[in-house]
Design a protein around this ligand. Structure first.
Ligand code: ZN
Length: 386
């Protein structure tokens, strides 16, 4: 007889506000309590941020033989902001059961998934484990995979397999794109608009830069990864700011764009390639016309081998073929710990990051069943391979 109910655990988690700018300590305490009841050793990796010392917590929980390569369940405890309250039928922190759904902020991204992991493991802790089971739950995934970075740096765990429970409708995902934010500054020289030749127009430089970026984007379409849609590395020019008034020659223009590299490409090579092309635009008074830098630490694409153990097991249990997705996960960071990353979780990503977020209750049930079956195959019944 199991004690935990997946809907009830999800409900309790939704009630805790863990929007990325709030502390996730209370939620972590709640999960810690549940995992301790199952016999896990639980520890917190605590970070304090900002002047007001907001406490952020990674939760690391371990159960079973420590000398064996482990299976780690991972998920992020934070959520995105709820946006405009008027767009919600009910308060985002009040769980709502309706039409076979459980609604609330974080229901599908990804508190329901964490609840399903815990419920999946519950009966297994009474069985003899061949491998250790770890929970590595992170903070602030939504604002730059921050908790995952601390988790990796801590060297506390080194799992062989990682399951990241982002919503995939319980269809296994083995690859996704990376993400690079880039800022380009175009320099010119100011002057009176009555004689444009007296200055150097930074917006004209920017238009050249945009042509270069667009050309690069077109070339990137040649390399394809057919399991992800769109199947090539994309570039989106998102913002452009330049000039002060129509009667002044603009001396500066700033462009921001976003690159989403497919597996097989590294952020480093992409950045140096585009940087070289932009720098070729030329110089003015011995200064480069264009300078470029990444504005956040880039995240790398994820790709787990089709024939790897975790993917084969997930395909067998779910009856679905592993595929790729265009959104990112903590996997970009956690792949430093393991080459066998599986992304698999209940509910649809289409219901995440929007008002009236919900997770389908039958998806939660399916997640409990399939997480349990995968864990059983990896940690209990599977024969040791060399
Ligand atoms: Zn998520």
């Amino acid at each position: 007889m199991n004690v935990f109910d997946v809907v009830e655990l999800t409900r309790q988690m939704i009630i805790e506000n863990t929007i990325s700018d709030a502390s996730n300590l209370k939620l972590a305490e709640l999960i810690k309590d549940w995992l301790k009841q199952l016999g896990f050793d639980v520890e917190f990796q605590i970070q304090k941020f900002n002047q007001n010392s907001i406490t952020k917590v990674n939760l690391i929980a371990r159960f079973g033989p420590r000398d064996r390569e482990a299976l780690m369940f991972s998920g992020h405890m934070d959520t995105v902001p709820y946006g405009d309250l008027n767009d919600w039928t009910k308060d985002p922190f009040t769980p709502r059961l309706y039409d076979g759904k459980l609604g609330g902020l974080g229901a599908v991204d990804m508190k329901g998934s964490i609840a399903a992991m815990i419920c999946a493991i519950e009966p297994l802790v009474k069985e003899p484990l061949r491998r250790e089971i770890i929970f590595g739950l992170t903070f602030d995934e939504e604002i730059g995979l921050i908790g995952a970075k601390y988790l990796v740096e801590s060297n506390l765990v080194k799992p062989k397999f990682i399951i990241i429970g982002e919503p995939t409708m319980m269809k296994p995902v083995r690859m996704h794109k990376g993400h690079i934010y880039v800022e380009v500054v175009c320099h010119g020289s100011s002057g009176h608009a009555s004689d444009p030749e007296k200055g150097f127009n930074a917006i004209k430089v920017a238009s050249e830069a945009i042509t270069v970026i667009q050309q690069f984007a077109d070339e990137l379409k040649m390399s394809k990864c057919l399991e992800i849609n769109p199947p090539y590395t994309t570039i989106n020019i998102g913002t452009i700011h330049g000039g002060i008034k129509p009667n002044i020659i603009p001396s500066k223009c700033v462009i921001n764009f976003d690159i989403r590299p497919i597996p097989g490409m590294t952020s480093q090579s992409l950045i140096s390639d585009i940087k070289g092309r932009l720098e070729n635009i030329g110089t003015f008074e011995n200064r480069p016309l264009v300078s470029m830098q990444a504005t956040r630490i880039p995240t790398e694409p994820v790709s787990t081998d089709q024939s790897s153990e975790i993917i084969l097991i997930a395909e067998r249990v779910t009856g679905e073929r592993a595929h790729g997705v265009s959104y990112g996960t903590d996997g970009s960071i956690l792949q430093k710990l393991s080459s066998q990353i599986l992304i698999l979780g209940p509910g649809s990503i289409n219901n995440a990051h929007k008002p009236n977020e919900f997770v389908a209750i039958n998806q939660l049930g399916l997640a409990v069943k399939q997480f349990r079956e995968i864990t059983r195959l990896i940690c209990i019944t599977q024969e040791e391979r060399s």
